[in-house]
Each structure stands twice: as C-alpha cells, then as structure tokens.
Design a protein around this ligand. Structure first.
Ligand code: F6R
Length: 592
C-alpha cells in the first residue's frame, strides 16, 4: 500500500514526471498524495487529500526547475486522511524530507524519546518520526549514515526514500515493502514501488533487496547492505512489460480491460515451459504436507486448489489465509511445502507466513504475477501467472490465471499434464468466444435489475464454493452491495433465514456431480421468494435469469467467476462508484 516514486537526473521537470508517474501508482493508495522538489538549497513540499491532481494546477516551485524529487500516493495507516498526514513528511525546517510505505511498529516509543529531546511533530504519522530520527545525526554523519542508523532502529516493514536540503542525493532503503530502481538514459534514475511508474521512460531495472539501501548521487546509483554498509554490485535487468499494457487503452477502466484480457491470459499460462510445471508438481508430490497460502481473492484461489487437487490428483492440500497461518506453524517441518499465491507478491500477511515457514526450513513455491516481487525472491521456485500488470484493485485476470496454474499443477501431480493442457486450451478458446459485447450487454441488463438491492447471496458447491466466496468479494468491493457467499449445503443450517421475497441469489452451477444438489439448494431459496440467477452451461427451470457459461468440467471455477466479475463492474458503474479505486481499499496490501 502507498505508492512511492522518486526521480534523480538531468531532466529539469522532475515534479511533472512524478505527478504523471504517481498516477499509475494510485492503485496502491489514493487517500492523499504529495511531492517534494529539491532546489539549490531548499525543498518545496506540496500535499493534497484526494486523488492526484492536474499538473497545470501545481505551483511553480514544484513543476519548475527541479532535478531531484520524491512523491507519494497514500493509503492511510497511522493518522486520518488529512493534508498534514499526507507524505512527504519532514522535520520542522524541512531539513530532512521523506516518503514511506509500510509500518514503523515501534514509532510511539521512539517518538516519546524524541519529544523528550524537544523534537516537535506536525502529523500523527509514524513516518514523520523517521525524519526526526535521521536529523539527529545529520550534521555529524551526513545523510547516508544518518539514514542507515535511523533505519536500524525501525521495527516493521518499510520502504523509504529520503532527501535533505544540504546534499544533492536521494537515499532509499527497504525491508518488506517493494522498491525498484529504474535506470534511464543519460544517467537518470527512478525509484518506485512498482514498474509502471517509470515504464514510459525505461524498461531497465535494478532490484533493491530487503535490508539494502541505494544512494543516488554524482550521477551514479550505489547499493549497500544496511547492516554493515558493504557495497553490492547489481545487475541491470530488462523487463518485458510494454508501456501500453500498463495503460487503459480503449477501455474506460482497468477493471473491464483486465476482465477482457482473460480472452488471452489462460493461453499465456499454457505457454509456460512444461519443465516449470513438472518441477513444481515434483515439489508438491515430494512434500510431506502442502499449504496453499494467500489473502483475499488469492486466499479463495488457494481454497479452490484444495478441491482441484482432491479431484484431479487425489491429494490432500491445506489452505489458509496468510494472516491465519501463524496459528498453523506448529505443524511445519523441513519436509513441508508452502505454496504462496499472490498477484503482487508483496502482501505482508502472505510474506510473513512464508517467513515463518522458512524459519522452520520448509520449502517455498510461489505462484506470482510480479516475477520480481519479494515473494518470488523468497521462494525456492516460482511459477509465474504471466498476466502483465494488473492495476484495478479488484483482481480478475490474475485470479483465473492462478486457477489455471493450479489446475495444471494438479494434472501434472497426477502424471496427466497433457490432459490438463488440453482442458485449459479448450477453456481458453471458450472464454474467448464468451467475452463478446452481447454477453456484456446481457449482464448489464441484470445489473440494472439488481442495482438497488441492499443484499445478495451467492452459492456454490465443491470447487465452486470458494468461487461463491470470491464472487462476494468482487461484488462487495466495487458495488458496495452487501454480498455473501455460502456453500449450497450450508444454507439450511442458518443463512436461509436471510432470504426474503425478491432477494437475489446467484447460483454457480457446474455440469458435474454437484449439479443436482446445488439445483436443490436453488429450489430451497426460490421456495422462500428468492430471485435465482443461474451461472451455468444449461438453462435450468429454477433460474429466473440465466447467464450461460461454457461446459468445461474441472475448469468450471475459471469460467464461473468471469460473469460475476462483469456483473460487479456493471453494478459499480450504475451505482456511480469508481471500479478501479474502491473506497477504503488498495491494490497491494503491504501492511499486516
Ligand atoms: C480482491 C483482491 C484482494 C487481493 C489480496 C491479495 O479483488 O484483489 O483480495 O487478492 O489483497 O493480494 P495479492 O494477490 O497481491 O497477494
């Protein structure tokens, strides 16, 4: 959460570069934003609440002659959404100015000590405390050493970027939260939480690893270990994302663009080298106990994985949310395999679960979209989902790609990788046919019927039960309608009491052994007045509204979630919500 972007180089319009780049990081947080620009001997700071503004409204000292600048887009953790709490933060005289992503867990303790030493604070944030900590040593030790010493006092996960009035340099450091250095032409450098911020200028990057710092000065980038200041040589890596893939193109929102990209994302999953899938499957087959771990939507994918593996590979997999994993660590041994599932590869709860497992010497396999992420770096092996950047807060294309990877792994574990590939190839083709304007229009009509309801329910059985849970997440986060998913068989044990005349209930129905039972559950809801929306290959009598999905046997979770993604998007538009930036959320949750 929170987007960081900094520029160091010969261009004199650093302020403008930052504002444009920050817009592409708004998905990481969009409560408030700010930039700081260094001029000869001063630092100008500009902060605002709300979404990132227009470049033309920026004051002269921000968009004028600046070659060193830092910027931030915030998702509030400590302190409300106010201009004072927006980043950059600084010491009283703007001597030290910094931006921060993460949580400084022991900041209150440190703040108390600083107050005793007469430091005065302007905001409620943990970040401002870091600026004061740095300032304490600045005159004696210079910026680099003061940043290093201050950071060693911080507990928690962080990424910070610091400038000061007296030195023409930028210092950045990280532990847990992401930071990537972009290497531009003519000795210019970018530092950002994510690549799209600078992709327009360069696709050459150097990775700052955990517990490392980078110093940009004298037209060079030098990397050091934080603990002993040992210099580290870094390789320049060329990344393959093209700038267009990080833009909306002809679409009005990233969410619908990414939903439509599902016409091709399964093909990209299939284009993996078989060796990768076979090696990963080998790790699962060899392990004594496998845990799939993810959060939110990725957590629902992990639960779907339990069903897919049971059915295809006849294998027991455990799954849990990253935040719940600490309660399971007693079972972990050096023979356990942890499979981290994540789009960003930066989700703090999942990373922490992996750290716990690694302490117990468990092996780690990750299924990630951002191949350069912290999770990928922490893993013994990575299976990428290869979807390109996913920018809408609500995950769509990566969800189905993760399901695709897990399906392939299950078939490979059963020694039937080719059957898995044939199934996914067929599914990819059918998704391609399904995602046409008429299909969208049919779902738009349903959205019009549902837009004023206060609650809706989704039911599924077997591998479509986790997809009912995922459907609820999609509907909640962008439509703000109360939505809940249940296992069809569980309704009669309580939730059916919620059904009244007209209550919408989406039924995820695959043409499989659960079909009869889920249709009986739909009948039970209908008998109590519920309005039944069937997502199914066949139009059944019980449905009041039918959304056709292809019949793809064990790949049904992949196709069944797609119409619900479209419905959530259409409801968001009708209810005048911004589907790309739902309230209170951020794309990458880098805090616990
Ligand atoms: C919901 C959504 C989130 C993420 C969750 C984990 O649409 O996208 O629930 O799935 O925050 O994020 P990653 O996959 O980046 O670990």
């Amino acid at each position: 959460m929170c987007g960081i972007f900094a520029y160091y180089g010969p261009k004199t319009n650093a302020g403008k570069i930052l504002v444009q780049g920050l817009k592409s990081l708004e998905y990481r947080g969009y409560d408030s934003w700010g930039i700081a620009c260094k001029n000869d001997s001063d630092i100008a700071i500009y902060k605002r609440t709300g979404k990132i503004g227009d470049i033309t409204s920026l004051p002269k000292e921000i968009c004028g002659q600046t070659t060193i600048a830092i910027g931030h887009s915030r998702w509030a953790t400590h302190g409300g959404v106010t201009r004072e709490n927006a980043h950059p933060h600084s010491t009283e005289d703007n001597e030290v100015v910094l931006i921060h992503n993460g949580i400084f867990e022991n900041y209150l303790e440190v703040k108390k000590q600083l107050i005793k030493r007469e430091h005065k604070f302007k905001s409620e944030t943990d970040t401002e405390v870091i600026a004061h900590l740095i300032q304490e040593n600045l005159d004696k030790e210079g910026l680099e050493e003061s940043v290093r010493k201050a950071i060693l006092k911080i507990e928690g996960r962080y990424a910070i970027v610091v400038i000061c009035k007296k030195e023409n340099k930028i210092i950045a450091a990280r532990r847990g939260s992401p930071l990537i250095v972009g290497v531009g032409k003519n000795k210019e450098f970018y530092i950002a939480s994510d690549i799209p911020a600078f992709l327009k200028y360069t696709n050459k990057v150097m990775y700052l690893d955990n517990n490392q710092m980078v110093v940009l000065s004298d037209a060079k980038a030098k990397f050091y270990e934080l603990t002993n200041k040992k210099e580290i040589k870094k390789r320049i890596v060329e990344i393959t994302w093209n700038p267009e893939s990080a833009e909306k193109g002809e679409y009005s929102h990233f969410m619908i663009k990414e939903i439509m990209e599902q016409k091709e994302t399964l093909y990209r999953v299939l284009n993996q080298d078989d060796k990768i899938i076979k090696r990963a499957a080998g790790m699962i087959n060899k392990a004594v106990g496998t845990y799939f771990i993810g959060c939110g939507t990725a957590g629902k994918v992990c639960l779907t994985g339990e069903y897919i593996f049971s059915e295809i590979a006849h294998k027991h997999i455990n799954s849990t949310f990253g935040s719940e994993f600490p309660a399971h660590h007693h079972f972990i041994t050096n023979k356990t395999l942890i499979v981290g599932v994540s789009q960003s590869g930066e989700t703090a709860d999942t990373l922490e679960a992996i750290e716990i497992a690694k302490e117990k010497k468990a092996k780690v396999l990750s299924i990630v979209n951002v191949e350069t992420s912290s999770m990928a770096q922490m893993s013994n092996m990575v299976v990428p989902t290869k979807c390109g950047p996913e920018k809408a807060v609500a995950s769509t294309k990566v969800t189905t790609a993760q399901l695709g990877v897990i399906t392939l792994l299950a078939y490979a574990c059963a020694g039937r990788l080719n059957d898995g590939k044939t199934l996914l190839l067929e599914t990819a083709g059918k998704i391609n046919d399904m995602l046409n304007p008429r299909y969208e229009e049919h779902i738009s009509k349903l959205a019009q019927k549902l837009q004023n309801f206060e609650s809706m329910y989704i039911i599924g059985r077997g591998s479509n039960y986790p997809m009912a849970l995922e459907s609820a997440i999609k509907l909640q986060e962008v439509s703000y309608i109360h939505a809940e998913g249940f296992a069809g068989g569980e309704l009669k044990h309580g939730p059916i009491a919620l059904i009244q005349k007209g209550t919408p209930c989406i039924v995820l129905c695959a043409n499989d052994e659960n079909k009869k039972a889920i249709l009986s559950n739909a009948m039970e809801v209908k008998a109590r007045g519920g309005y039944i929306i069937g997502v199914s290959p066949i139009n059944e009598d019980v449905f009041d509204y039918w959304i056709r999905v292809p019949d793809v046997s064990t790949a049904s979770p992949i196709v069944n979630i797609i119409p619900v993604q479209i419905l959530a998007y259409k409801l968001a538009l009708l209810r005048k919500n911004n589907p790309d930036m739902p309230r209170n959320l951020a794309k990458s949750v880098t805090v616990k």
